[in-house]
Design a protein. Sequence first.
Length: 119
Amino acid sequence: MKAIVCHQFGDFHDLKIEDIEPPALQPLSVRIAVEYASVTFATSLWIAGKYQHKPSLPFVPGTEITGTVMETGAGVTTCKAGDRVLAVLGWGGFAEQAVVPAHTVYRLPDDLPLDQGLH
C-alpha cells in the first residue's frame, strides 16, 4: 500500500510516498480504507520530533482520518465492514489503510460527506 513515511525527524518536505506492507489487524482493532486525513499542528510536531511523545522511526504520520471499515479484529462490536467512520489515532493516517483501536472509531452519518467528517 502507499503511505507517507517519516524516516528522520525534520520537515514535512522531507517526507516521501512509499510502498509499505499494510499494518497487521489486531484483536479489538479496525482496518480502515483511508479516504481523508487531516494535517494538524500536532502532526507537524511529531514529524519534527518536537512532540512530547516520539514514535519510533520510521513511522507513518497522520492523527485523524475518515474512511470505510474494511474489516474488524476479534472482539469488535461497535462497527462492521462497510461502515463510514472517523478515527483518531496517534499516527498511521497518511496511508491507504490504517489499523486503529476500535474505541477510537466513530460512525459517521450516511448523509455526511467523508471530506466533511474532519471539520
